[in-house]
Ligand binder design. Sequence first.
Ligand SMILES: *Cc1c(COP(=O)(O)O)cnc(C)c1O
Length: 364
Amino acid sequence: MKIPMVDLKEQYHSLKEQIDAGIIAAMESSAFILGPNVQAFEQEAAAYLGVKHAIGVGSGTDALHLALLALGIGPGDEVITTPFTFVATAEAIKYVGATPVFVDINPDTFNIDLTCVEAAITDKTRAVIPVHLFGQPVDMPALKTLCDARGLNIVEDCAQSFGAHIDGKQTGSFGDLGAFSFFPSKNLGCYGDGGMVSTNSDELAALVKQYRNHGSKVQYHHSLVGYTSRLDELQAVVLRAKLPHIDSYNANRRRVDQTYKKYLAGTGIKMPHLDDVGLHVFHQYCCLHPERDKILAALRANDIACAIYYPVPLHKQEVFAQDCAGLSLPITESVMSQCFALPVYPELSEDKIQLIADTIKSAL
Ligand SMILES: *Cc1c(COP(=O)(O)O)cnc(C)c1O
């Protein structure tokens, strides 16, 4: 039995009629750019997240980039973030000419350590980008208290956390802006690239809308240098079909967590930590073990997909070498030397999880 990291086909088949009909209708309407589905999805997503504005953009990377532009962050500014994330988080900081400042993580949640954030603040610090890594919310009330006291902005990287919340308040509704990705494998994914910015500020929303569309508020009138970064109409059809099911998809990801914990108990593997801060939505299922290579080899030999998220921390990446000369972040480095990811998706069945667990147990 072959088991993939994520199975996108089953979800498509469960919504096929609605998605196919919606795509055909959109093609017949010929309203391809910022059409009615994008507008409706923006309203539906804003209502779901409990924010005033949701703005569909071309990707999660663009969402981060446009959010930083809207805040006016640029050369000479420092932005504090985590080294344990996908490269896009820090690329966006570089796009605007600012300097990424990487700080260490909490060994249990894998999220940015707020004590380290506080220690890294200088008079050049303008913003913090917390990443709700693997779907686990960062302690946003605490981070917000810290940032508000020092006049720092927050852009939440919610690429992996659609639907994760803290006491019912959604990730993406705490910071000045939230950046979401709809890359196909994300918890809420479309069938190509897509992203979204969330905010409660009318002013920031207007700027993001301008930046995504060539800097214009009125067609063919341009007051700033913008980009072509709009959520695609056909992708909005897919997202509208999936959005009503996101809580059920995430509940199933949590079921997968419980099932893994049942079958992998007593193996010495450090399973994902659930804290009492917020609801984890398990975008990825990352565990720790000193002999991870042995585990990965056994899974691969049995046609079970597995991965390392991420093999190299950002402060050790060549692209950030100049920003990070001599920087050592021991907790990040230790976690990343042991972490490995197991398949997780809403439709992953108990018998498959049991097979994965048995394969790991015999390897150890
Ligand atoms: C996927 C991801 C992004 C980038 O999203 P794209 O839509 O692929 O551009 C940014 N940050 C994190 C943490 C991600 O996982």
